[in-house]
Design a protein around this ligand. Structure first.
Ligand code: NAP
Length: 248
């Protein structure tokens, strides 16, 4: 069953990893997909071609999620190209890990800008369109680290915890207009990035997870299908932990 047939979605950071997984699964479920990237133009355009072959409309946009004006322009462009905007998945994110002792001010600010301010930028930009439509689903990507904290990731944890507070506030502000805002908190998700890590270290991580495996981008994408579809019509302000039981 195609759960997103005819819906238009924007996914930030769709060129790699989890965002790419969400874009593919969304297209398989019949959604038209507009997705952004920061610098990976070649892989973004290749993905847009792949998605189009599934019979949906798909387009890649170069847009820095940390920029307020670029987010505004993106929403204008997508509205012009696609019409309605039913779903926004704020997935773009970065890490700049270090112990506090060695963390620079620039690395703290950058992570907050890309991971947290981006969500303010995108929500503010799409708000008017969704208010007019009197419907919309916004899905924000947090992390188990935003819920539990992690040594060496104070900037990242702060940005991901901030996303939860922001999203719960949006659920309260926008609920009366049928705009839903939910959060996904992934655990350890295996992507191209984790393939480069030492297998022994990764095995140790897997063993500590109750479901005894790392997550796949599709695990997160499936949760995004639920939260973007009408199956979750009565769900807002929630944090869905997709982490194999890491946070229990
Ligand atoms: P990834 O493989 O590093 O991909 C990041 C994506 O975000 C890329 O498409 C990148 O575009 C894009 N991006 C980076 N900075 C951007 C900016 N300023 N503006 C627009 N797009 C930007 O990351 P991932 O592992 O898939 O993670 C995706 C999300 O899930 C992130 O928010 C991350 O914090 C969260 N998460 C991941 C894990 C995990 O285990 N992987 C766990 C918990 C939460 P380019 O390709 O152009 O650089």
């Amino acid at each position: 069953m195609k759960l997103l047939e005819g819906k238009n979605a924007i996914i930030t950071g769709g060129s790699r990893g989890i965002g790419k997984g969400i874009a593919k699964v969304y297209a398989e479920h019949g959604a038209n997909v507009a997705f952004t990237y920061n610098s990976s133009a070649a892989s973004a355009n290749q993905l847009a071609d792949e998605l189009s072959q599934l019979g949906v409309k798909a387009k890649a946009y170069q847009s820095n999620a940390a920029s307020f004006t670029e987010a505004e322009q993106l929403i204008k462009d997508v509205a012009a190209d696609f019409g309605a905007i039913d779903i926004v998945v704020n997935n773009a994110g970065i890490t700049k890990d270090n112990l506090l002792m060695r963390m620079s001010e620039a690395d703290f600010d950058k992570v907050i800008e890309v991971n947290l301010k981006s969500i303010f930028n995108m929500t503010k930009a799409v708000q008017r369109t969704m208010l007019k439509q009197r419907k919309g689903s916004i899905i924000n990507m947090s992390s188990v680290v935003g819920v539990k904290g992690n040594a060496g990731q104070a900037n990242y944890a702060a940005s991901k915890a901030g996303i939860i507070g922001f999203s719960k506030s949006m659920a309260l502000e926008l609920g009366s207009r049928n705009i839903r805002t939910n959060v996904i908190a992934p655990g350890f998700i295996e992507t191209e990035m984790t393939e480069k890590l030492d297998e022994k270290v990764v095995d140790g991580w897997r063993d500590a997870i109750p479901l005894k495996r790392g997550g796949r981008p599709e695990d997160i994408a499936n949760a995004c299908v639920f939260l973007g579809s009408d199956m979750s019509a009565y769900v807002t302000g929630q944090v869905l932990h997709v982490d194999g039981g890491m946070h229990t």
